[in-house]
Ligand binder design. Sequence first.
Ligand SMILES: O=P(O)(O)OC[C@H]1O[C@H](OP(=O)(O)OP(=O)(O)O)[C@H](O)[C@@H]1O
Length: 632
Amino acid sequence: MSDAIKHECGISVIRLLKPLEYYKEKYGSAFYGVNKMYLMMEKQHNRGQDGAGFASIKLDVDAGQRYMSRVRSCQQQPIQDIFAQINERINNELKEHPEYENDVALQKKNIPYIGELLLGHVRYGTFGKNSIESVHPFLRQNNWMHRNLIVAGNFNLTNVHELFDNLVQLGQHPKEMADTVTVMEKIGHFLDDAVAKLYKQIKKEGYSKQEASPIIAERLKVSKILRRAAKNFDGGFSMAGLLGHGDAFVLRDPAGIRPAYYYKDDEIVVVASERPAIQTVFNVPFEEVQELEPGNAIIIKKNGTTKIKEILEPRERKACSFERIYFSRGSDKEIYQERKMLGKLVFPQILNAIDHDIKNTVFSYIPNTAETSFFGMVKEAQNYLNKKKEEQILSIGAKITREELHEILEVRPRIEKVAIKDAKLRTFITQDDSRDDLVAHVYDISYGSVKEGDNLVIIDDSIVRGTTLKKSILRILDRLNPKKIIVVSSAPQIRYPDCYGIDMAKLEDFIAFRAALALHKENDSMHIIQEVYEKCINQVKSKDIDIVNYVKEIYAPFSAKTISHKIGQLLSPADIRAEVQIIYQSISSLHEACPKNLGDWYFTGNYPTPGGNRVVNRAFINFYEGKNERAY
Ligand SMILES: O=P(O)(O)OC[C@H]1O[C@H](OP(=O)(O)OP(=O)(O)O)[C@H](O)[C@@H]1O
């Protein structure tokens, strides 16, 4: 079996509803769609930096003429790389054939990439091979136009083995077990079946073979194909597909784990993983971009009719909260507010940690994502101080002197930019093997931003493995000689693997898990680990639906505070001078801050699909048996 490939990625689909001439006339270029796709992908580059892919389809071309193009890259700066390739090709064609310049029909006929239907993908392939074969979109080619399928997704399925076996039972011989291939072959199988049945039917009605083609395109029921193909998918997904003749779809998982948004007017239909990408690129207000509901697909037929269809019965909504905390861009109106709220809600814990001594405390953040929660935290510190100042002033009353008043008002939260990130990239979504070194060198500090003996409160969006703190941040902050460093995580403790698309796969990687183990060792309760292992082994053969997440029993004896305390000890380098304290958001505050994204399995162990419990069971067995393997 090849390494499973992960897809915590970003997708964009653009369908131009008017003839290409329209865009040339209105916007000055028939390459309008290509240009917009470039922007859509750039605006979602936060979702993946390991690879990028682009595919397009030209509608209504003559037989023998190429109508599908694809370009992929796993070079550094992959988005730039693919668009450099696309632009070079377009520019060369235009240079060699000046007659194309003002003739859209000739452009469409002779220049690749230009088309009415476009698909873009940015890939975050945090482990396994990062070769070009792993980069989306994937292509399933056929001489029959309708049977061509191009797929790209932001997804991870927990039951690839089972789906693979289904394909084998159908008599197929899939070339590998990667979930992308499995998904594509599943959809492809039912697409083939639907096309064959339609053809038979249409022939019976007396149409010739040639006449059949457009009729198939018209009658093909994408929703039915998706229903049959996705019936047994267990996981989180937003899956986009294009069919050779020009139909397109995006399907979202029934718990709404992975995000998908769309917008439609009379010129375009656009679907993306993040709302602000659509807002900015097409200049549309927040309210006009719709969320694709869980279990639904947006289906754009070749003739331009666009429908939202329920494909899979929606489950309880468990949209991923980590999208809100870290993964998505914070430019979304709601996400921006939610991140500020995370900073606000964690403030009472901070106040205790600094003993209410705001005067001798510097507030800061670890760039970049945590910047927004930092604003929320600081605002709350200001609110706290304002209340205190009111009380002080009122208690002195009218006899207050100017000096006294000045002294009271002078106390303000001291905010500084203490940590600097030298590279504009996301270390979390960087390949595992190169991450440690990257993290160690990517941060720097502002000297002189903290006085000796100050408390230093520094907020980060999440503390997952603790690498950022241990390998870099704590050591460099200590150079500023603070008395105490309080690291605040705007997210709760990550205790369980994610298996739906955010790369958090191995239990022993989590600093919270390592802290719980250390506590068991200290407390002489390692027998609990052994008991959990036995329970996990006993249910290996159970059906997914019957599997229980026994890993919860490892955390159960300890309060979140005890675990945070231990994390602080584990992450403090031996030679650090300052006292280190770690504070995590509580799960209830997380839900209060992000009320629409209650998916919290990595914090609580409550998986929204049965496959999740199997994954955590396997992850624990792997850990216990010392297998450095992923659990799905
Ligand atoms: O505890 P760890 O396992 O080290 O992971 C958590 C860190 O990783 C992310 O940083 P990243 O560099 O990806 O991104 P950012 O600049 O968007 O904050 C995140 O913001 C945390 O700082």
